[in-house]
Design a protein around this ligand. Structure first.
Ligand code: NAD
Ligand code: TYD
Length: 362
């Protein structure tokens, strides 16, 4: 089906991977990206794409004039809402932007859809997919899984703002019959992820021989999903999901943080051992594990996330395809090849934030 999809936050990590995936998966799709290019947005994430079917608009999802006009001018019949402030540590340092973008921004998008999709045909054929996180469910003990019925219990300003937006989306279905769907996904990793998140941060620091800051005892558990698997799940929800429903998405891949950091160290050691050219570019004599440094824990640090994704597997036939081992290999290779991409980030504003958080990266 021919569609004009509004992808908010399409210049960020998952959004950009999704735009790439959608333009490849169907010639019929036209994508309009709305992104305000915060520190996490990067136009280079969209480079090399078919400009005939992709339009980029720099703008804020909280700006109702911009959003309302886009819905009409671009004949938007599907929305995939990625735009968000997405980093827990930043939400602890300064929650305001999270409230504004994640809650107010989602509200503005919902209102635009409600005002524009008024005919019975539009309500039948249009779709509003809201991309959210498993963090809304709070923290698990050693056992159990989050299902779509698990009550929300968010513990950080980030997860509280996402939970709040999820509730708004739900309310627009029950109150106005808006054709919405929500996805709650576990931790993603892969190309284009901003290097403040665990995996890229550890990869870059390991490559450069910098210290590897592990919060608390390093035994917090996350479920990990390779980003293209997440994109395919969102596509399945957009195409086949039942409106008003929420779908949990996960990789069935629980790992302790320290296991991941050690795996990164091993991969980087072997990469350097077998490639003389690289070892000159990434000098460090000792095994990378000696760079691990346990640091003060994050306040309110959720202990364990684990996702039951039976519903999307059963109803929509989606399954994760990339194993953690394959995904990590691809990810590390990507960061090795795309040094220019991250060196630019590390030479800008982000370095000041990094140094304030973790001490001098050098
Ligand atoms: P990201 O931080 O890499 O990208 C966010 C993008 O949104 C950036 O391009 C930024 O410029 C843009 N943006 C921020 N505020 C905006 C605003 N007011 N108006 C317009 N654009 C704005 O985030 P990500 O990791 O790609 O996450 C995307 C979405 O997926 C988020 O909603 C997040 O909550 C959700 N999610 C992320 C993960 C994960 O592991 N990264 C897991 C589950 C769900
Ligand atoms: P993060 O990538 O920030 O994702 P989230 O907090 O949304 O799960 O962190 C993943 C896990 O890694 C989390 O338990 C916090 C931990 N962590 C560290 O131990 N050190 C770090 O430098 C970072 C960024 C995260």
């Amino acid at each position: 089906m021919k569609r004009n999809i509004l992808v908010t936050g399409g210049a960020g990590f998952i959004g950009a991977n999704f735009v790439r995936h959608m333009l490849e998966s169907s010639d019929e799709t036209r994508v309009v990206v709305l992104d305000s290019l915060t520190y996490a947005g990067n136009l280079e994430n969209l480079s090399g794409l078919d400009e005939g079917r992709l339009k980029f608009v720099k703008g804020d999802i909280t700006d109702s004039a911009v959003v309302d006009a886009l819905f009409v001018d671009e004949k938007i019949d599907a929305v995939v809402n990625f735009a968000a402030e997405s980093h827990v540590d930043r939400s602890i340092l300064g929650p305001k932007a999270f409230i504004e973008t994640n809650i107010m921004g989602t509200f503005v998008l919902l209102e635009a859809a409600r005002k524009t999709w008024t005919s019975p045909e539009a309500l039948k054929s249009c779709r509003f997919v809201h991309v959210s996180t498993d963090e809304v469910y709070g923290s698990l003990g050693d056992t159990g899984y989050f299902t779509e019925e698990t009550p929300f219990s968010p513990n950080s300003p980030y997860s509280a703002s996402k939970a709040s937006s999820d509730h708004l989306v739900r309310a627009y279905f029950h109150t106005y019959g808006l054709p919405v769907l929500t996805t709650n996904c576990s931790n993603n990793y892969g190309p284009y992820q901003f290097p403040e998140k665990l995996i890229p941060l550890m990869v870059l620091n390991a490559l450069d021989g910098k210290s590897l800051p592990v919060y608390g005892d390093g035994k917090n558990v996350r479920d990990w999903l390779y980003v293209t698997d997440h994109c395919k799940a969102i596509e399945a929800v957009l195409d086949k999901g039942r409106t008003g429903e929420t779908y949990n998405i996960g990789g069935r891949c629980e790992m302790q943080n320290i296991e991941i950091v050690k795996l990164v160290c091993k991969e980087v050691d072997s990469l350097i051992e077998f490639d003389e050219g690289l070892s000159l570019r990434y000098p460090y004599e000792k095994p990378r594990e000696t760079l691990i440094k346990y640091v003060t824990d994050r306040p309110g640090h959720d202990r364990r996330y684990a996702i039951d994704c039976d519903k999307i597997e059963r109803e929509l036939g989606w399954k994760p395809e990339v194993t953690f081992e394959e995904g990590m290999k691809k990810t590390i290779e990507w960061y090795v090849t795309e040094r220019a991409w991250w060196e630019k980030i590390l030479s800008g504003e982000y370095l000041k934030y990094y140094d304030a958080q973790y001490g001098n990266r050098g």
